[in-house]
Design a protein around this ligand. Structure first.
Ligand SMILES: *[C@@H]1O[C@H](CO)[C@@H](O)[C@H](O)[C@H]1NC(C)=O
Ligand SMILES: *[C@@H]1O[C@H](CO)[C@@H](O)[C@H](O)[C@H]1NC(C)=O
Length: 494
């Protein structure tokens, strides 16, 4: 039987609480400090079953073959060790949307395809107007717009608000992604054509943006802070009129963020009116129509697939009795909740000296971990991993994070795995109702530890992850099932 744990009321309440808290960081930290202080004289843990080590393998529901590979390889060594337990941590349900109908593979938000794909016009991101101010508008000037492409488009023209060009030379409109500049066009009042207060210029060659492209369109002038381009529009509190952007509902473009000041990014809202825009057309429109038509069938097939998967997981749980099924949807953005759910479960069930979090595509060198644990007699709250220091907060891509209110993250461990003392796990788990999650699970853990247990001893292990200087390492991450088995064969020839 699978171990089921119901400490979450529902996932939705957890999410709302954490959202709200993310805007009240200071309160959280202060509250956390008090709760931490009160919790220090830990009582009751002597009633719990003693464990030396509990290993939580964070696993996606459909990774059955990875879990089996672990059971047959390094997991089999764990079974022979006294007071050591291994559990696989899963969510209790899947996203009901077929992956092809989601805005991104990491969330469960629907990609809605509207009527706009029917006509073949070239479109702009928004229609703009300078009109009498309404209080509900975002008055802050934004110099950049972050977009994600959901279906290929061709970018034909870029435009900038005409007032920007009035008193300035050497203005560029730039399209960039996380890695590089993709296009840079110089604009001047003479070279562009004005419409609705925006000045447009044709790209030297139409630019194809593929499905999945994430980037930012921004206005830039060499040598000055972009925000000074806003001029009197910077904070239009005094002026009676404001720029209003009427955004088009696009099925192919997902607006992500605006850049309001240098390095300050805010989640897109339709009340923003950026200085830059573009004209684009949709590529292979017929494919979208077909895609939309096939949605019903796809959803049916997906439902059947999920039913089948649930049956397999039920069987797996009965056979192995090593699944911890948490009451949350099994998607990427819930990973921090998953790890928190594991810590909460483990610290309520066991009095464990050490807790290891590891991913299901990672090989664990059990003897090496045992050596490490045996050498640690110190029981002050500690954790072990290969840590990341002063990492900047990303705006684009897989780890994009527009919520965390700083430029760099606190020190965080390797996402593949980290070991912590039971005392540290208890402190973090005690904060589960008010600790907000940011970015990935590794980043969130770094933020949680730094806010509730700032004096934690952090031990950077040189051969934690593969490195040319290390003949063997505690972990080998990101492996296929075949690779896991192969490494086992090499290290475990009797
Ligand atoms: C845009 O689409 C949303 C649904 O995704 C709809 O609620 C809204 O009314 C649409 N707005 C316009 C202007 O078409
Ligand atoms: C549209 O469908 C055709 C035929 O299946 C395919 O060759 C093409 O790559 C598709 N285009 C896009 C943008 O998906």
């Amino acid at each position: 039987m699978a171990v089921v744990q119901q400490l979450y009321p529902t996932t939705t309440t957890t999410t709302t609480t954490t959202r709200w808290l993310s805007f009240h960081n200071l309160t959280v930290i202060v509250a956390a400090f008090f709760i931490y202080t009160f919790r220090l004289p830990e009582t009751g843990s002597e009633d719990l079953t003693f464990k030396r080590l509990v290993i939580g393998v964070i696993s996606a529901r459909d990774h059955l073959s990875h879990r089996n590979a672990i059971r047959q390889t390094w997991g089999s060594l764990v079974q022979d060790l006294p007071h050591v337990e291994l559990v696989f941590v899963l969510g209790d349900r899947d996203c009901p949307l077929h992956p092809a109908d989601r805005l991104s593979s990491r969330t469960c938000r629907e990609w809605y395809i509207g009527e706009d794909i029917e006509n073949s016009h070239v479109r702009t991101f928004f229609k703009s107007k300078n009109e009498l101010a309404k209080v509900t508008l975002d008055s802050e000037c934004s110099t950049g717009l972050g977009i994600k492409i959901l279906h290929p488009v061709i970018l034909e023209e870029v435009s900038v608000r005409a007032t920007v060009l009035k008193n300035a030379a050497d203005i560029f409109i730039i399209l960039q992604d996380a890695k590089e500049m993709i296009e840079s066009v110089k604009v001047s009042s003479e070279s562009c054509s004005e419409e609705n207060g925006y000045c447009s210029i044709k790209l030297p060659a139409p630019l194809y943006l593929p499905k999945g492209f994430e980037g930012e369109l921004r206005v830039h002038k060499k040598g000055i802070d972009d925000i000074s381009l806003c001029g009197e529009d910077l904070y239009s509190l005094q002026s009676k009129t404001k720029w209003v952007c009427k955004w088009i509902n696009s099925s192919v473009i997902n607006y992500k963020f605006v850049r309001t000041r240098k390095d300050v990014f805010t989640k897109w809202r339709k009340t923003f009116c950026p200085l830059v825009s573009a004209k684009f057309s949709i590529v292979d429109k017929n494919n979208l129509t077909v895609h939309k038509k096939e949605q019903e069938l796809r959803t049916k097939e997906w439902k059947n697939h999920l039913k089948f998967l649930q049956k397999k997981i039920d069987k797996e749980g009965e056979k192995n009795n090593d699944l911890l099924i948490l009451p949350l949807m099994d998607i990427y953005t819930h990973l921090p909740h998953k790890v928190m759910g594991f810590l909460d479960w483990v610290t309520h069930k066991y009095n464990s000296l050490f807790i290891l979090k590891i991913d299901d595509d990672t090989f664990l060198n059990v003897p090496l971990l045992e050596l490490l644990i045996k050498s640690e007699i110190n029981t002050t709250p500690s954790w072990w991993s290969q840590f990341q220091y002063h990492r900047s907060v990303p705006v684009y891509g897989k780890w994009a994070d527009l919520e965390y209110p700083a430029l760099t993250y606190p020190t965080f461990p390797s996402g593949a795995g980290y070991l912590m003392t039971g005392s540290l796990a208890r402190t973090v788990a005690a904060g589960r109702s008010y600790l907000a999650s940011y970015g990935g699970e590794d980043v969130s853990m770094g933020i949680w530890v730094s806010s509730v247990a700032g004096n934690t001893r952090e031990v950077d292990i040189p051969c934690w992850l593969p490195h040319p200087y290390c003949s063997q390492t505690v972990l080998v991450p990101q492996l296929s099932v075949a690779q896991l088995t192969q490494i086992w064969g090499k290290t475990h020839t009797k």
